[in-house]
Design a protein. Structure first.
Length: 392
């Protein structure tokens, strides 16, 4: 069994790579089992001598039950060692001070690019009149902004000290009952997510990159993100980009609230959206709603020498153990993983298998309701996809 290695911004993928996975929480174990089954079938069909060696790491509820820790040291060590992870959804306890494991993994591996493709799929029921026009990719900066978690409870000693500092230094009264959070925005981090978005646009023959921000209000954080993104795109990719459309890629910007309106009224005008962390989170879910089912979307978290792939939906606890959850979001995450591994043939087989399942109306409950057909369970759907793959 061999590790995937990273050399000079390239993935070195052996024929039998070790890839970590975590079952996650809620519906996670069910959709992970289904996803790995389909991926294994596609790899087996596409290649004679290739196979993924899956290695489980305990994280979340399962880890808590077995070790007493939601994110045990052994799991952290494995993730830092192997640096590739397929992750089912993980919950985060609310109001406890426990930091999101999703965020911790992104930060410890420096996975600064959160990449979320959003494209309409036949069989979904969208609120848009023409959802087929939705085909965009969101590049969300992953390691900066409010998600860094620099917060202090309103009545904490630290908050009182900070409030006193602002009063003494700037004559700024934040109020007694005020919680405090910091919103850092870093030039280097903005530059590298911009490079990732621009390289993607060039490689995928996209013609427009839109910077999303709220710089009209947050001038020195999101406003700076806008300026640094423009600067990086124009200075480093000047042979490809322009602000007036005179070159292959038009780069422009949109204030965040207008961006939400624009993707609803003019979705076909947006191809690549580049956003800071919080804005990117919001716009990803909004874009998912446009196609009718966020549960069918996957995401990639990529750094210079590590990556994590996932569904972008949550743990859906009310469906846990009922064999009804759609594994397609996590499967889409796995497809992104295969693309990064350059195992395009396996990715293509999964894409064809999913399309055939929709055409044959052999789908899970979230999509079956639009066809008025009896749904397949999570496990049965995965076996149907395997059957489709073998038929090609």
């Amino acid at each position: 069994m061999d590790k995937i290695e990273f050399k000079e911004d390239k993935w070195i993928v052996p024929d039998n790579p070790v890839i970590l996975y975590t079952d996650g929480d809620g519906i996670g174990p069910e959709i992970m089992e289904a996803t790995r089954r389909v991926v294994d079938a596609a790899v087996s069909k596409a290649y004679k001598n290739k196979k993924i060696n899956w290695k489980e790491v305990l994280v979340g509820d399962k880890a808590l039950e077995q070790t007493g820790d939601r994110f045990p040291e052994e799991s952290i060590k494995n993730i830092l060692d192997y640096r590739i992870l397929l992750k089912a959804p993980l919950g985060t306890p609310i109001g406890t001070g426990f930091k999101s494991i999703n965020v911790r993994i992104r930060q410890m591996l420096d996975l600064y690019s959160n990449i979320r493709p959003v494209k309409f799929m036949d069989g979904l029921e969208s609120p848009l009149a023409h959802p087929e026009l939705v085909n965009l990719t969101i590049f969300r900066e992953n390691t900066d902004d409010l998600y860094l978690g620099y917060e202090w409870k309103y009545d904490s000693e630290e908050a009182q000290e900070i409030k006193k500092f602002f009063m003494d230094k700037f004559d700024l009264d934040l109020g007694k009952d005020t919680g405090i959070g910091l919103k850092p925005m870093n030039k280097l981090k903005t530059q590298r997510i911009t490079r990732a978005a621009m390289k993607f646009a060039i490689e995928e023959n996209k013609t427009k990159v839109t910077i999303m921000h709220k710089g009209n209000v947050m001038k020195y954080t999101e406003g700076a993100f806008r300026e640094w993104a423009y600067e990086t795109a124009i200075n480093e990719f000047g042979d490809y980009v322009a602000q007036d459309g005179s070159k292959r890629i038009l780069i422009n910007d949109m204030i965040a609230d207008n961006m939400f309106q624009q993707i609803i009224t003019r979705p076909n005008e947006y191809q690549v959206i580049l956003a800071p962390n919080v804005d990117g989170d919001y716009i990803s879910d909004a874009a998912g709603a446009l196609i009718g089912n966020i549960g069918t979307l996957g995401g990639a978290n990529v750094g210079d020498n590590a990556a994590m792939f996932e569904a972008i939906h949550g743990t859906a606890p009310k469906y846990t153990g009922k064999n009804v959850a759609d594994p397609l979001g996590l499967l889409r995450g796995a497809q992104l993983m295969l693309k990064y591994m350059k195992w395009k043939e396996a990715d293509d087989l999964i894409e064809k298998a999913v399309a055939k399942a929709v055409k044959d109306k052999t789908v899970t409950a979230d999509i079956a309701k639009f066809f008025n057909v009896t749904p397949l369970g999570t496990s049965e759907y995965s076996y149907k996809l395997v059957e489709n793959i073998k038929s090609f």
